[in-house]
Write a protein that binds this ligand. Sequence first.
Ligand code: FAD
Length: 350
Amino acid sequence: MLSAGSRAFSALARPTLRNATTPAFARSPAALRRLLSALAILEQRDGQLNTGSLSAISAAQKLGGSVHGFLAGSNIKPVAAEAAKVEGVEKIVAVENGAYDRGLPENYAPLLVENIKKGGYTHVIAGNTAFGKNVMPRVAALLDSQQISDITAIENDKTFVRPIYAGNAIATVESSDAIKVITVRGTAFPAAAIAGGSAAVEDGVDPKAESAAEWVSEDLAKSDRPDLATASRVVSGGRGLKSKEEFDRVMLPLADSLGAAVGASRAAVDSGYADNSLQVGQTGKVVAPELYMAVGISGAIQHLAGMKDSKVIAAINKDADAPIFQVADVGLVGDLFDKVPELTEKLNKA
Ligand code: FAD
């Protein structure tokens, strides 16, 4: 992560390691707009804008310079028109080509690099999603820049804050790269609203890069429930659920009664109780809903890394000493097989 182009230091060490050069943030708003220009990489799937990816625009807007959005894929114009409604975005750069539909990094990275160079951007920002994690390191390598991953705050145009060691320490990273390549944590930058804007939509350049990789197929878990990463309520089950049958029998009605997304601990995923895509934590998804309910989850540090920023945390566990109660706002000590169906019944009657 660290190189001549960037360095990280702990929050405590900040004053001694500051770069002497003046960050653009110290300048007037008009000067900022001339100096800084950010390209926010937006995601789409089957002609639908991934609204979660609009957090890249929120982050880009914090820089204070001009903000453009980028989209690529087949039938991209309606998606671009939707993104153009975000207030404060000056332009959406769109590339019409079905070869980019699945965001394969092998051809998407060269595409982005061509458009970044053409636009002369100072910052390129994507969500720290599967897509962002896949594509942006290649973009950074092709631009000879250091990627700055999973940031949670922007101090100025060259200084960014990111959690490390599963959120147990905060690093402040300063970059002197000409083009800063960044991924942002969605929970730290709420998605920009699709309202109030009327950006121009412009054709981007398409290098039609040859790709050694070919899209074959995908096998996606289908659910009518809210998306785990962006849901305002999440109910997660752990190893305490004992089996997949019990997980489904106990957790799904609870989720339905709250209109919540379903999550799981890694132990529950590894035991086959829940799909891999539902894992919350250090090696799963990071969520920060209004309500996070942990059921039969002990509260291991790697799990907490994925949910401890939730607004209200509720926990149900039969062990009163379970670590989850140390972060919970509301706790219920008891057998989940009694307590959860009782709670679900009461919620359904309310
Ligand atoms: P357990 O720790 O076994 O806890 C089960 C809980 O259920 C216990 O507290 C028990 O009291 C309670 N319980 C049992 N029966 C009942 C009942 N009938 N009623 C009420 N309560 C009951 N974990 C993650 O979750 N996400 C990650 O992303 C993640 N990444 C990891 C990365 C690394 C590198 C490593 C080393 C580990 C990672 N882990 C992760 C695993 C983590 O350390 C824990 O092992 C895991 O979170 C434990 O899951 P759990 O709480 O469901 O299971």
